[in-house]
Design a protein around this ligand. Sequence first.
Ligand code: GDP
Ligand code: MG
Length: 681
Amino acid sequence: MSKNKKEEIKVHNISNTRLFQLIDGEEKMVGNTKDVMKSWDILSKGNNYHTIGIIGCQSSGKSTILNLLFGTNFPVMDETQGLNQTTQGIWMGKSESSDTLVLDVEGTDSSERGEDHIKFERKSSLFCLAIAEILIVNLWETDIGRYDAANYGLLKTVFEVNLELFTTEQSRTLICFLVRDFTGTVEFPLLKKKILDNINLIWDQIQKPEQFKDSKIEQFFDLQFFNLVHKILQPKKFNKGVKQIKDFFLDKNNTFYLFKPEYHRQIPSDGLPDYLQNIWDTILTNKALDIPTQKEMLSLFRCDEIKNECFKEFETLLLERIVEPLQKDKILPELGRLMNKLFNEIIEEYKIPANRYVQEVSKQKQEELEEKMNEELFKQFTYQMKNVCKNFFKKFQKKFEKEFKDNEISLEFAKKINQLKMVIYEEFGNISNDSLLPNSSWDIEQFTLELENLIDNYIHEQKNQALKRIKKKLYDDYVNRITPELDNLLGFIENQIQFKVKGLFTSMTKYTIFEFEKYLKGMEATEEQMNDTINQFYEKAKQVVIDKFKENARFIGIHMKERFDEKFKYGENHTPRDFTIVSDLPQLFETATNEGINLLNLLKSIYLPKSLMNPEGRNNNLNLDEEEEVIENEENELEKEAEEDEEHVIIDDKEYEIQIKLYKKDIEMSYREAMSIQQSN
Ligand code: GDP
Ligand code: MG
């Protein structure tokens, strides 16, 4: 048989008897109160349960009447055994037909116990008063008026104890005087008066704390009086009386229903087992029994337990509803709503039992629970947001690749990127906000920054690559446009070549720079980037011209000779010269020689504007409205800029000397030939 089954049977037996010994004869709390109350189905009742206790002399029929009124089964003294004590310690029973807990206490005149007995009486009275809403004082008619009877001593204890217990929080208790073996010899109203007189006498005599010095008994207790005839002698009448009193306790609709709300101790039933234990421990250690503090301690203990139970439940549901789906799908579009639902569910679950306890305490524990859940939920939120960032970055990359397919160069690079970003950030904002736990202090800033960072780095990289492509394209265009023009100029070199090259170079670079500006503006390049890019280009653009001239200079000897020949060997209309009719050959030779040297001089250096494209000039160019004006002013500008022209040596001095020497050698032959033709004539 499993352990559980065994326990089940044990509890079942207890619930059958609806009886259990709470505190034994050794003043020890015995048994598992929680299990018993659970089997009685009391734990879930909140404040919807009642408590009642009884005091009175040994063998005065207390257990008997409790059993008759509440259907409990407290042990009753067997008539054959005489006056032996039956009920040891404190017993608890459950009413047969209602959620009423009944406390039955050991008799009060036990001769065996002596001093200890008085102490136990005080302890059990404290215990009953801390719990019971109604206290039945069971007494014989014959004892009424006997001030020294055990009952009155007991009452004295009850009153004193009550003042000890409830000094700060006013809680009323109902005392029901139940007169047994009522004969009717003395009218009941008269008996009532006698009891009251005695009570007032006791009240006057007890030691009262300063603040209650002049208090009346009614301030603390409601009093009720009942009687019952002799059980054996008048059984019928006795039973009728029992039935009547039973209704006062059990029938909520009875006009004299006795369990009034103000008597309730307001200990939620699920906290009752701990409360009983606490109270008894405090009583045993002889500490002052401060009920409000006890209640607070209980609240602290129970609310903490409820909090932990709720958190466990939360963890299970979190795993099931959020953690696992999130691991699988990476992003839950309605994470915020899911979290909120779970959060509220758990808080509701907490509130139902916890709100029955001291408000401040239950609130404090609720806040702790909220904080713990918040922490766990935030972890999931962070996990999701990391995925959201990754996801949206990928989305952005895809959109970017689609927009700039085949590395297409766009004049609206930045504009298009900004549009893509706007779409992405709006969507990102929506899903991020839907991921937040409502009413929390969380925000998405950190993750927005994270995404921005990813995207901005990516754009930066893409921009650099696009810039490289633009640089290459515009440079190639420039080279393609200027090369044939330069070839043209160098094909037949005129005296104005310097001026023409400069003009060509200026207009071509201006055009390209204007293109650069358009693209870079479209890219939202910085001023610095703009200057750097254009300056780089400008230097390269100069180099193209210089290189072309240098390439040309490699054949300078041939060109010089051609120039010479043209002048020397050919006459007007390109006809070969007849040297026989040349009158001044040395003069002709000198003129022709100078033609070649002139060419060498023309190509020795070229002069290009050092920094034609200063930023101000560029800005002017950008202003399309003023374009005409710019062209008009171009000549003036050229003049102005001439001062800043930079010399680029194509043929250095050494090379110049070599070329002259070679040239002279080369043309010497022509002179000699011409002379020999003349002489042969
Ligand atoms: P307890 O010690 O106060 O719990 O008393 P019990 O309920 O055990 O009863 C003690 C004895 O009194 C038993 O023998 C009962 O049968 C008897 N008894 C019960 N009720 C009455 C009653 O109303 N009148 C009289 N005279 N005896 C009673
Ligand atoms: Mg008894």
